[in-house]
Design a binder for this molecule. Sequence first.
Ligand code: DGY
Length: 434
Amino acid sequence: MKEQLIKQAIAILNENFQEGGFTIPCKGLYPFQWKWDSGFIAIGQAHYDIEKAKTEIATLLDAQWENGFIPHIIFHNESDTYFPGADVHRSDLSPLASKKYKSTGMTQPPVTGFVLEEMYRIAEDKEDLLQYIATQIDKVYDNHAYFYTHRDVNNEGLAFIYHNWESGTDNSPIWDDIWKTMNPPDYTFERRDTTHVDASQRPTKREYDHYLNIIEIAKEHNYDDAKIAAHSPFLVLDPLFNAMLIKSNESLIKLYRLLGNTSKVAQLEAWQKKSIKGFNDKLWDDKLNAYVHYDLRKDAPIRFVTSSSFSAFYAGIPSQERADLLLQTMMGKFGGEELYLCASFDPNSDRFDPKKYWRGPVWINMNWILYNGLKRYGFNDVAQRVKEDSIALIEKNGFFEYFNPIKKVNETENVGYGGNNFSWSAALLIDLLK
Ligand code: DGY
């Protein structure tokens, strides 16, 4: 069974690999290179073709802007199966954008630092991989410097996101109250996602109006971060995004030490200390016993528990005492026998939807982050359950983008949703099984 699943996963990744040296998340629905997808994909590739993994990350980092920014989509190729494409995003409006690649002007969770460390863990030839890392690591450092210089408006070690697509959790109910503060035009455009996937599993038209509206505002300011910070109606501190930054800081520190190049370590350690403190001070909610999002526009927390709340385990952010509380919250709300771990949104909330993109379904990348985080704190039984649930969902349904967390509907129905033959589901399953 295990060997068969790994074989299938490798076939999916090979099928999604493109000539330009990158892997699409899935055919039709996502036909370009996505930042955090590429990171997770490289972890899977490292198990069977380390050269591909190296290429995946090198291609991503090649699209870096002059200020260290790394975009969330790189439009290597022309495709009419995706909206909004390069002509909407117009990265050329920024004087700092890559001249080589068209891209978006927004980013995604900074996973690349820890991805390099995972590749090092997996690689058989450590010396060769270290040599490769030496050629790439400064670009990742520059990306972190970008976040601390241009995205930390309150100087508290936390980077803001200005668009829901930067969070990676695109249509989470977390954003619902922000949409209520906006009144975008009823744009005319042709969606492509709903020609690939049933509309009941995707965001609504009105949500897309909001998404486009924020892009239009950022474009009016030529993707200038200071102006975005001043004018974007969406300005949020996201626990997942910042946990990925913190975990990646930690990896960069370890890797620079392995390389014997310590000139940037003191700066990384200073960022790390400030970020962990900022995260614990600002994002911990004493009543919910969980980390939550923070709306910088309203200057108030967004008080819901999501799978992003638990990403802090992976980055080693909570004290052991706080980690115990966070685990209790997770198991109390998300851990019932009737549920697969781990729903993306609080299953007890009236905003929970088990079928709709980030409003409830289980995601394999979040489960991978959770599995590794739980192990870090010695919560081995729950980690094991997360792993088994991930494998069971894929075995039963296929390599889908997301899955219904409610077990009872599973007996007859296929409960895999969104894109099929989805790259990071394949890549991270390989890592979980190995
Ligand atoms: C989409 O088009 O839904 C993408 O996930 C945005 O990054």
